[in-house]
Design a protein around this ligand. Structure first.
Ligand code: NAD
Length: 281
């Protein structure tokens, strides 16, 4: 039976460490959160992030806009936040209303305040393997969980399923930087099963419920499930057929309680790191 990787426990430890670090620094890093649109789920996500930030000693300021907000209004706000020395991090909640050019807005965020790691400058640093890169919270959290298993990553075959800019692509680059041999699969990949069978590490981020079957996995594979899905009965599940995969994998993350809590912890860590970079400590 696989060891279940407890992301909730690890995330709590990271948050406690951050709380102590912030208390020692005697500062309150400040995170600006931009929320545009009327999506109820987004409001809940943002509220949870604000609560988690508050608990470790990060101050948040929320800027809300309704659905008719213009690109210009949002860009003006980002300019103001970039110029405000008291603001250490800027988080633009995605998705934005459809008429907003999200990438153009993300590109305006000062790279030092880009706590999401979505700015092309930080993506470039990650590609170069530069330790100064701010790395997107979800893939950063996944790598932390993989490293916690203490497996030697060098030369391992890693399969990343999904090629989004926020999860799949940065994840594959992180694993490449760790000297894994990385394959990226996506919706047009023809034989996912055989790619899985060859993989020592599988990170799946598709949002397709239980896409990855247990009999696709190599015995002893490390399986990280980023997906957040609902099955046909409405039950929360991941991309991996967890119950059966438990019998094949060596380590596996559950959904919920795996990658999700790590994403928030890594965001908070990125805010503290942004503060330190801005103050050269
Ligand atoms: P996305 O929709 O932007 O990308 C999905 C990717 O999966 C695409 O690259 C697509 O090509 C690939 N894909 C879709 N169907 C596939 C198939 N049948 N076979 C192979 N590849 C397939 O989504 P995203 O933002 O990258 O998020 C992916 C999943 O991870 C979602 O379920 C999302 O909710 C979840 N997520 C979780 C966290 C977390 O903190 N746990 C964070 C971000 C995203």
């Amino acid at each position: 039976m696989a060891t279940i990787i407890d992301g909730k426990k690890t995330a709590l430890e990271i948050r406690n460490d951050l709380k102590e670090k912030i208390a020692r620094l005697k500062i309150f890093p400040k995170l600006a959160v931009v929320l545009a649109g009327d999506d109820e789920a987004s409001k809940i996500y943002v509220k949870n992030k604000q609560k988690a930030a508050f608990e470790v000693g990060i101050e948040t300021i929320l800027y809300t806009f309704d659905n008719v907000v213009t690109q210009g209004q949002l860009e003006t706000l980002i300019d103001d936040l970039n110029n405000d020395a008291d603001v250490n991090g800027i988080l633009i909640h995605l998705p934005l209303p459809k008429h907003i050019n999200a990438q153009k807005l993300l590109n305006k965020v000062c790279p030092l305040k880009d706590v999401d790691g979505f700015h092309p400058f930080n993506i470039g640093l990650l590609q170069n393997g530069d330790i100064n890169a701010t790395i997107a919270a979800t893939p950063k959290g996944v790598l932390r969980l993989i490293k916690q298993t203490k497996i030697d990553l060098v030369g391992k075959n890693a399969l990343v399923i999904g090629r989004s800019n926020i999860v799949g692509k940065p994840m594959s680059m992180l694993l490449l930087n760790e000297n894994c041999t990385v394959t990226i699969a996506h919706s047009k990949t023809s034989d996912l099963r055989s790619l899985c069978q060859n993989a020592d590490i599988v990170v799946s981020a598709t949002g397709c419920p239980r896409l990855v079957k247990a009999d696709w996995l190599k015995k002893g594979a490390v399986v990280i499930d980023v997906g957040i899905c609902r099955d046909e009965s409405g039950k929360l599940c991941g991309d991996v057929d967890f119950d059966k995969a438990l019998e094949v994998a060596s380590y596996i993350t559950p959904v919920p309680g795996g990658v999700g809590p790590m994403t928030i912890a890594m965001l908070l860590e990125n805010v503290v790191d942004a503060y330190l970079k801005q103050h050269q400590q």
